[in-house]
Design a protein around this ligand. Structure first.
Ligand code: FES
Length: 68
């Protein structure tokens, strides 16, 4: 699952740390757990990250026009 890049504290862009396997906010050193719905592990945010919503995710799969 993908999550919005903005921190839920002050909206700073976060990054994924592959070594820790956590999402990190560099402003106040918050940690979010992507394996647990991006819950807050450390830092001032008081709510988890929001799942990333894309219009593409809501589209039907494309099918070739001449295939039965
Ligand atoms: S802005 Fe992300 S922890 Fe404060």
């Amino acid at each position: 699952m993908a999550f919005e890049s903005a921190c839920t504290h002050e909206g700073v862009t976060c990054y994924y740390d592959s070594g820790q396997q956590k999402i990190v906010c560099p402003r106040h050193n918050a940690l979010f757990d992507p394996a647990n719905n991006a819950s807050v592990l450390q830092g001032p945010p008081n709510r988890p990250r929001q799942p990333f919503r894309s219009g593409l995710m809501e589209m039907e799969p494309l099918r070739p026009a001449n295939v039965p």
